[in-house]
Design a protein around this ligand. Structure first.
Ligand SMILES: [Zn+2]
Ligand SMILES: [Zn+2]
Length: 240
């Protein structure tokens, strides 16, 4: 694997803290050369496009979900987030959340396919990083809507299926928005999955497995410079 030098915090080239701009600037991807406008960049000039940022992790997420027999989306997310290609924060989480939900649904009910898992990953990977702050919608919530849309085969032209997928996003988004602190992709992942497991039960009658609130603890606080610590209910209180 070629990712031995990839930094999984901040800039993936040099590890420097990224700047988030409220107005996009022109940037060229250091890997594929694609020129685009970007709100996120490294002070040393490094820019990595969403596709190149996430490609290693997307492979891992795909391989893991296609071979998993788990019915527990939280356990799956915790395992994937421990993989060295998964950064502390980043758009990789969007594809991961959609993928583990569809995978758990498939393994529990047999009503989804490997193609559905790959479709959920494809859609999740199209939502760029920084969405929570710049677009007013945390993409972890969108990812739950993607999962619901995928399992219900919703399209813009379906009624109940489209509404249910939108309601899924809205439920997860309300739960995420009530958290204090700056963005945290781990916290948003846990909250989005909690909301999804509950709403899947309400509308689909599925009993997806889950980790109880008292045992759902973050294992990544030590590498998150902006961790909300005591303000985050997933914080273990362990020192860095
Ligand atoms: Zn850099
Ligand atoms: Zn690129």
């Amino acid at each position: 694997m070629k990712e031995q030098n990839k930094k999984t915090e901040n800039c993936m080239i040099c590890g420097e803290e990224l700047a988030y701009l409220t107005t996009a600037i022109p940037a060229a991807c250091i890997y594929c050369g694609k020129a685009e406008s970007a709100n996120i960049h490294c002070p040393s000039g490094h820019y990595v496009c969403n596709e190149c940022h996430a490609s290693d992790s997307i492979k891992i997420i795909t391989q893991f979900c296609l071979s998993s027999t788990s019915k527990n989306p939280m356990e799956m997310a915790k395992t994937i987030m421990k993989h060295p290609t998964m950064p502390m924060h980043g758009p990789e989480h969007h594809a991961m959340i959609a993928a583990v939900l569809v995978t758990a649904y498939k393994n529990l009910t047999g009503k989804a396919t490997d193609e559905d898992i790959m479709e959920a990953i494809r859609r999740g990977a199209t939502v760029p990083g920084g969405y929570c702050g710049l677009y007013g919608t945390d993409a972890a919530a969108i990812a739950t809507g993607i999962a619901m849309s995928t399992v219900l085969k919703a399209t813009p032209l379906t009624d109940h299926e489209r509404r249910t997928a939108n309601m899924m996003t809205s439920r997860a988004l309300a739960a995420i928005a009530s958290n204090r602190g700056v963005r945290c992709c781990k916290r948003s992942t846990f909250v989005a999955l909690e909301s999804a497991i509950q709403y899947f039960r309400e509308v689909l009658g599925t009993e997806l497995e889950y980790i109880p609130v008292s045992k759902l603890k973050c294992e990544h606080s030590f590498r998150n410079k902006q961790c909300a610590k005591a303000d985050c209910r997933f914080y273990t209180g362990e020192t860095e």
